[in-house]
Design a protein around this ligand. Sequence first.
Ligand SMILES: *[C@@H]1O[C@H](CO)[C@@H](O)[C@H](O)[C@H]1NC(C)=O
Length: 508
Amino acid sequence: MPPSLRFLLLLLVAGSGGATAAAFELEEATIDSIHRAFAAGELTSRGLVELYLRRIASLNPALHAVIELDPDGALAAADRADAAARSSSSALPPLHGIPVLLKDNIAAAGPLNATVGSLAMVGSRPAGDAGVVERLRSAGAVLLGTASLSEWCNFRGPGIPAGWSPRGGQGKNPYVPSATPCSSSSGSAIAAATNMAAVTIGTETDGSIMCPSSFNSVVGIKPTVGLTSRAGVIIISPRMDTVGTVSDAVHVLEAIVGYDARDAEATRMASQYIPEGGYRQFLNIDGLRAKRLGILRKDFFWFPSGSVQQKVFSEHFNIMSKIGAVLVDNLEIPSMDVINDAVQSGERALMLAEFKLSLNYYLSELATSPVRSLSDIIDFNNKHRIEERMAEFGQDYLIQSEATNGIGPNEKHAIARLNKLCKRGIEKVMQDNKLDAIVAPGASAHSLLAIGGYPAITVPAGYASNGVPFAICFGGLKGSEPKLIEIAYSFEQATKVRKPPSLQHSII
Ligand SMILES: *[C@@H]1O[C@H](CO)[C@@H](O)[C@H](O)[C@H]1NC(C)=O
């Protein structure tokens, strides 16, 4: 088996005085290293859950990455995993005994609430697991709790602080507490960066995995839309949302992709992209060789000359060339200004209409819920202005979304426009230049990749002069995950940029 992608080069082991911690190093823990420790008898899944619970108890008061924990459920699931390991001689499932945090918009049967950070959603119960949760459980994962996020995945209204929600408080960047953690899967990224769980799951509509991964120095994979089921996930737009991951991402990707009858159309279409033998075969140290990478220079790499970013990216490009990548520089996507303007591109109009449709559908499927529609949620917010900090932040997107009326002429026009922007934009540039991937800094290409449901992987690339991390992003056409994994893995192994946050400010 190839070595695991080492996303989490973690950490000073805060609070590791306990007996379980002595034998096992939580720093640099990956799914593979955890499984080796299980096999060597140095660690049990129960011991690991206890370690993470202690770590969360110590770090979360400062970082606000976790909203809820289910210690009893997690320990019981860990015990079942440990018992299975003792009694089974056959191969264990790929995420056997691995603790996972779910972004707070992914529903799971059991005591964990999925609330998208909103007080209005507390007490809502799903009829069962979300599609991805089903797959995580059958892959052996242990649900630890929920990760914080920007309320309503950043779709409540403009001007709301990234990483803030009434339920989770303000998520903090563990590198530079005064910097943004970026949104909306902020808690998932902060928790992965600080080793609060082995695996964290986020979701992305437009930038919500890529941006927090970049700002928190973890790897993020945003799979092709439809590769992972969106059933049971509270999402903004069925066109764009994906369930992605920010640590040991390929293992997790492999475990969560696939057809789901509850998200049939998209998952059936995307199933064709899943390679025989899974994704781990693409963890290829030599994966950059002969890959053609398109550098979107003009639109994205505008750093002041002499800046850290400029220096770091040019070093990275040199390394990639040395390994054998073919860099096709100075590429430009037509109409990038339109793509980056959600109003002009039609993205906003479509998101507003789809948010209402998908949220109302999600709410209608719940077993019980204090709210049953977007309009109930808006009413709730109006009645709880103080707790919700409504007076300060408002809820303009929710209100605008409520005013929409399904996919009408306006929205169809928006879809046609977005399709055209994709065909004449990224698809044409990639075909004309025979590219395997495009390259952009951080999450700068998020809209370009969101509007077509394209996949991307972000990998830690450096630290700005103020200490805030930044990533490099490799994006591609639908179903290009195998190539992106080869490229990202090869880049990561050649550069090994990730450094854990020092966390002194949050531990003291
Ligand atoms: C979920 O919310 C309910 C309140 O409706 C609360 O009693 C319960 O403790 C929450 N679950 C967890 C795991 O915190």
